[in-house]
Design a protein around this ligand. Structure first.
Ligand code: G4F
Length: 316
């Protein structure tokens, strides 16, 4: 089981012997385990962040993605429907549901036009959450979250891939960073701010759906340039499309290359969220901006790479 990202939390609590955290085995594809956990824990609140969450990978494993991301939510909702305890349910809905439906700022009434198996599965789960809310009077809510990043982001998502690879290049452990679509635009926020929004959504008086975003959009190219700058690289772009390269003008070396492998069969080109409803009704405001987010991630990865490199040389 993959629990790397909560390991520190678990051991801290365990060592202090506060017994605040108990971990159960469960699977979004297995109703009986979900039912058992719900009956045993009698939760006040459930935050469903479980997913095969990589959009590109969802084209390779569409059936599995739809099962855990889409049907998995029905498995939880249906277990809660027949349960005596009134559990509040948060569904991690995604801006991927908008797909390429709009080149304008997107809010709670923007139509969905998903462009990937992942986006389709998330849209299904979104609607099922609403159906269970209305049909069975459940406190079930959707947070429609735009991209949210942090040093804990998986290494195959573009922001983390950029910060980790550039840190490795800086320390001489890697030559180049290979990317796909540099012109995709995303509304990138800081995961810690977004977790606060999730909690606020379930503390609201009524069950509802909210867009959570920073209201700013930037290209992948811009993210890479800014991350590079923080590491004293100065990127100059040459060529176009799959022939495009990022050259560090200080050394003349190619440090970024575009390759077809990282293009998706269909990509979402433009995401920009309008979170004014969350601002007004939940008093939620993102605290970390785009530049600060990049700085947090670059600094964390520089430290990570230094540590790993130090440990490696120590073992040799
Ligand atoms: O970092 P990404 O893989 O995130 P994506 O596809 O926007 O999805 C993330 O945000 C969603 C919210 O909108 C979540 F629901 C979802 O679970 C996930 O957290 O890719 C961002 C953009 C894409 O346009 C992609 O084509 O970056 C482009 N890109 C360019 N080169 C790349 C790469 N993406 C990845 N992963 N790897 C590349 O080398």
């Amino acid at each position: 089981m993959n629990r790397e990202r909560i390991e520190s939390l678990y051991y801290k609590t365990y060592n202090y012997n506060t017994e605040n955290i108990e971990i159960f085995y469960g699977d979004m594809g297995d109703s009986s385990s979900l039912n058992r956990i719900i009956r045993k824990c009698k939760p006040d609140e459930i935050y469903n962040l479980a997913a095969q969450s990589h959009v590109g990978v969802s084209f390779k494993i569409p059936e599995y993605t739809c099962d855990v991301v889409g049907l998995g939510v029905v498995r939880i909702l249906d277990a809660l429907k027949d349960f005596t305890i009134k559990t509040k349910f948060y569904q991690a809905s995604s801006s991927e549901m908008f797909g390429n439906s709009s080149n304008q700022i997107q809010n709670e009434v923007t139509p969905f036009l998903p462009s990937s198996p992942y986006g389709c599965a998330k849209a299904f789960a979104y609607y099922m959450t609403r159906v269970y809310r209305e049909a069975y009077n459940m406190f079930a809510c959707n947070g429609i979250l735009f991209n949210h990043e942090s040093p804990r982001r998986g290494e195959n998502f573009v922001t983390r891939k950029i910060t980790l690879s550039l840190a490795r290049i800086k320390l001489g452990l890697q030559e180049k960073l290979f990317l796909g679509n540099l012109d995709a635009k995303r509304d990138w926020g800081y995961a810690k701010d977004y977790v606060e929004a999730m909690w606020l959504i379930l503390q609201n008086d009524k069950a509802d759906d909210f867009v959570i975003a920073t209201n700013e959009t930037h290209t992948v190219r811009e993210f890479a340039e800014k991350a590079a700058k923080l590491l004293d690289f100065d990127i100059e772009w040459q060529g176009e499309g799959i022939n495009e390269k990022g050259i560090d003008s200080n050394t003349g070396k190619i440090i970024i290359e575009v390759i077809p492998k990282f293009y998706r069969p269909l990509d979402v080109n433009f995401l920009l969220g309008d979170s004014s409803k969350a601002k007004k009704e939940l008093n939620w405001h993102p605290k970390v901006n785009f530049n600060e987010l990049i700085e947090i991630m670059v600094n964390a990865d520089l430290e990570n790479v230094k540590k790993i490199n130090y440990m490696k040389s120590f073992n040799e």
